[in-house]
Design a protein around this ligand. Structure first.
Ligand code: B12
Ligand code: SF4
Length: 284
């Protein structure tokens, strides 16, 4: 069984100047799968970092010959790029299982499956455990009815299986899996934040948000729960990326970072590790 994760060719996002981000969502899914299922062969293709266009992607999928193609939109504006990726996979081989997920496709699972025949399965909400179960059962579609957290088509109908419970402890998740993009890791950068030459890595400090702003997808996507990694664990991940991948600009995704003593505690942990030299980090 082979799964190919695809970061599609995307239009340049001009809002914050020149940048090339690591496709963190699929990297984390891939590294979780790598640990969970030793039988599965995993590949990530990042079309933006590898400068692969749509024709190149088609060729790449053909030579890689995956059983599953998985792609993430990150946000709504990348919907068509994901759909085109899955369409390209189907063009190469109609038997490829075409999978997507993330905030946009979770919120729009019904209409997305109605509109885009290219999508076989949408993984709703938290992806790690659901994708692992889907991959383990991909060869037998009759098992899909039992996989919590997916939406798919069956005999012309769209089926939404029940929601999967969230992972209790985010610290059980693997450290950032940038080894899976080792050929492109040196290319990721965010010029406006840290300059063109500082290697850029994303790290996740929490999932969800305790606030419930009506316009925001964030709290709803994570089932209204707010789960945190400790400042110690976040600093361990920063140190891991600093030492193993040369990361010098860290984008911490942690949507309610400002509460309590979290910022102070993380700063202390970083100072303790002696990795302050040339390290820039930004919190969203
Ligand atoms: C980091 C980040 C960025 C970075 C992106 C870096 C990158 N890699 O591309 C930057 C700063 C560039 C950015 C830009 C934008 N962002 Co932004 N960003 C985030 C942020 C903070 C973290 C994303 C992340 O990596 N999370 C951690 C990973 C592990 O989670 P995940 O991607 O959701 O994936 C998990 C599941 O969703 C699921 N999953 C996701 N995809 C898939 C695919 C498959 C196949 C499967 C099985 C599962 C699965 O499994 C994963 C593991 O559980 C999120 C908010 C958040 N906390 O999630 C907003 C967020 C994604 N951004 C958002 C928006 C709106 C934008 C912009 C459009 C802002 C703007 N107005 O310009 C731009 C779009 C840029 C572009 N063209 O792509 C919205 C999207 C909402 C939506 N409607 O989809 C979010 C949710 C914030 C919010 N609540 O408003 N962003
Ligand atoms: S992430 Fe920000 S906008 Fe979204 S619910 Fe939390 S506080 Fe509100």
């Amino acid at each position: 069984m082979k799964i190919l994760f695809v970061e599609p060719p995307k239009d340049v996002w001009f809002v914050m100047g020149e940048y090339l981000p690591p496709p963190y969502g699929i990297i984390q899914l891939a590294t979780f799968l790598e640990k969970k299922n030793k039988q599965v062969e995993i590949e990530i293709v990042d079309c933006n970092a590898q400068q692969i266009n749509w024709q190149g992607l088609e060729k790449h999928i053909a030579s890689s010959a995956p059983d599953i193609v998985a792609s993430s939109s990150l946000s709504t504006c990348n919907t068509y790029a994901v759909v085109r990726t899955l369409e390209t996979a189907k063009k190469v081989n109609d038997n490829i299982l075409a999978v997507t997920g993330g905030q946009h496709f979770t919120a729009t699972a019904e209409e997305s499956l109605q509109t885009y025949p290219q999508i076989d399965v949408i993984v709703r909400g938290e992806g790690e455990e659901t994708l692992a179960e889907l991959v383990a059962n991909a060869q037998d579609k009759t098992t899909f009815a039992k996989i919590k957290g997916i939406s798919f088509r069956h005999q012309g109908k769209i089926i939404h299986n029940p929601q999967r419970p969230l992972i209790d402890n985010l610290e059980e998740l693997p450290y950032p899996g940038y080894h899976l993009v080792k050929d492109t890791i040196h290319k990721y950068h965010f010029a406006a934040m840290a300059g063109r030459d500082e290697p850029y890595a994303l790290i996740e400090g929490s999932r969800g948000c305790p606030c419930e702003c009506t316009f925001c997808t964030q709290w709803r996507h994570w089932q209204g729960k707010w789960r945190l990694k400790s400042p110690k664990r976040i600093a361990d991940e920063i140190e891991f990326c600093y030492n193993n991948f040369g990361s010098r600009f860290i984008w911490l995704t942690d949507d309610n970072f400002g509460s309590g003593s979290r910022a102070n505690d993380l700063a202390e942990e970083i100072i303790k590790r002696g990795i302050t030299e040339n390290l820039t980090w930004f919190v969203q």
